[in-house]
Design a protein around this ligand. Structure first.
Ligand SMILES: Cc1cc2nc3c(=O)[nH]c(=O)nc-3n(C[C@H](O)[C@H](O)[C@H](O)COP(=O)(O)OP(=O)(O)OC[C@H]3O[C@@H](n4cnc5c(N)ncnc54)[C@H](O)[C@@H]3O)c2cc1C
Length: 410
């Protein structure tokens, strides 16, 4: 990277940093944008490991599909996207359950499931076509220094260290966010004491496009349909476990693991036959106590890291990015400086309700459905009754699941 002055520097080329770069490139081809990533970017024809673009799959809500379509990447993403026709929500050991059906909302699908590796490949390929995006990897931003107008980045590239100046620095360096900490921004952490184990699972019956959210005494479990058709017999598993049990379960033999899963899930998909390599993620709710400072904004996991069971983290961040870009464009149109605090405050004010609703929705689901306390069990059964019988409860759940609650772009 020869150029060292940019309008915007995005630190972290994960799912959110890469999506934001594309949104900016699409809408403001005259802004010069640096995207700095600590891991090497894959060659054009390769899928390579990066923290975001790993073995997981992501449930993309219908609202996010519209955003990705605008970005010109949906057609490519759709090649490996599985349509979710229904979401089946149930509570193990009880007959209560609820169904969100795409037909009810006149939609082709409630959402889609896409392997993260494919999302990474498509985003990167599109970024490479943009002349105002300057990709730099592997480089690590060591320091972010706020300045009177703009910010300075100290960047390490191998043995070299260089300075980079930008009018706006976007921190998208993930849930741990070393840069958030180095800026002295506190975070509020609620540790769920749970670990998510992810793997791909094969079974004997076709999934028919149904995604399952099953709440069990050990925590929630999600099975998201994979494969190019509804007759496929494979799903992406997110299995939540109390943290002290997770190591033992990850280390079970494949056969024992499948047996454990079958006991927790039941036989709605027939017999579980195969499991891929398993990966574990510790689950917490982490929210940054400040998301904006003059010429600095935090996005993605660096701003809010959510429990994955409701599949909201990336979808919410995508809506944040749309709103941020819109606020920056509005700021420019009204003669304000790039990254000025009032412009960033406008973004945050507009997104605050969506963030609060989505974070609360995910958190409440986890707390209510991971508990064995009797009042909470009673409450969740009422919740299921509501989900099935009360249109208002059901439509709020559906709107959140489809990524249309609080979204202003639709
Ligand atoms: C098991 C699981 C399942 C999930 N499923 C869903 C789902 O179905 N739907 C959904 O909406 N969300 C889901 N999520 C949430 C989603 O994965 C996150 O919202 C998303 O990955 C956040 O991306 P990010 O870019 O903010 O952070 P990250 O993915 O952590 O990326 C941060 C990037 O920054 C880079 N970086 C870090 N420090 C530096 C530095 N100093 N300099 C340069 N680069 C740096 C890293 O290398 C990395 O590439 C799930 C999460 C988990 C854990």
């Amino acid at each position: 990277m020869n150029q060292k002055k940019f309008d915007i520097a995005i630190i972290g080329g994960g799912m959110v940093g890469a999506s934001l770069a594309l949104l900016l490139a699409e809408q403001k081809p005259n802004w010069q944008i640096a995207l700095l990533e600590a891991q090497p970017f894959a060659d054009a024809d390769q899928i390579q490991f990066q923290p975001s673009f790993d073995a997981r799959s992501t449930a993309i809500a219908q609202g996010s599909v519209e955003i990705l379509r605008e970005l010109g990447v949906w057609e490519s993403l759709a090649k490996h996207a599985t349509a979710i026709s229904q979401v089946h929500v149930s509570d193990a050991g009880h007959f209560m359950g609820g169904l969100i059906d795409a037909n009810t909302y006149d939609l082709d699908a409630v959402g889609y499931v896409i392997p993260n590796a494919w999302i990474g490949r498509v985003l990167l390929a599109q970024l490479r076509t943009k002349t105002n995006i300057h990709l730099s990897a592997p480089v690590r931003v060591e320091k972010l220094i706020s300045q009177q107008v703009g910010a300075q980045l100290i960047v390490k590239a191998g043995d070299d260290v260089f300075e980079l100046n930008t009018k706006l620095a976007v921190v998208a360096d993930g849930g741990d966010s070393p840069l958030r900490k180095s800026l002295g921004i506190d975070s509020n952490t609620k540790d769920y004491g749970q670990t998510a184990v992810i793997a791909n699972i094969a079974y004997s019956e076709a999934h028919k496009g149904v995604a399952y959210e099953r709440f069990t005494a050990q925590g929630p479990l999600a099975l998201l349909p994979l494969g190019e058709s509804a007759t496929a017999k494979e799903s992406a598993l997110v299995l939540t476990l109390p943290r002290d049990q997770s190591a033992d379960i990850v280390e079970l033999s494949d056969e024992e693991f499948l047996q454990h899963l079958q006991t927790r899930f039941g036989h709605r998909l027939g017999k579980f036959t195969r499991v891929s390599q398993r990966h574990a993620y510790e689950l917490k709710l982490v929210t940054a106590s400040e998301q904006i400072r003059s010429h600095i904004v935090l996005v993605g996991n660096a701003a809010h890291f959510l429990h994955p069971v409701a599949g909201q983290g990336f979808n919410l961040s995508l809506r944040d990015c749309v709103c941020l870009v819109d606020a920056l464009i509005q700021g420019e149109a009204s003669g304000k400086k790039m990254g000025e605090l009032s412009v960033l405050q406008n973004y945050l004010d507009r997104q605050a309700l969506d963030q609060t609703l989505t974070i609360e929705f995910s958190d409440k689901l986890v707390r209510m459905f991971s508990s064995s306390s009797l009042p909470l069990i009673a409450l969740r059964h009422l919740g299921f009754v509501g989900l099935d019988l009360l249109p208002a409860v059901k439509s709020q759940f559906a709107a959140q699941t489809m990524g249309t609650a609080g979204a202003k772009f639709l």
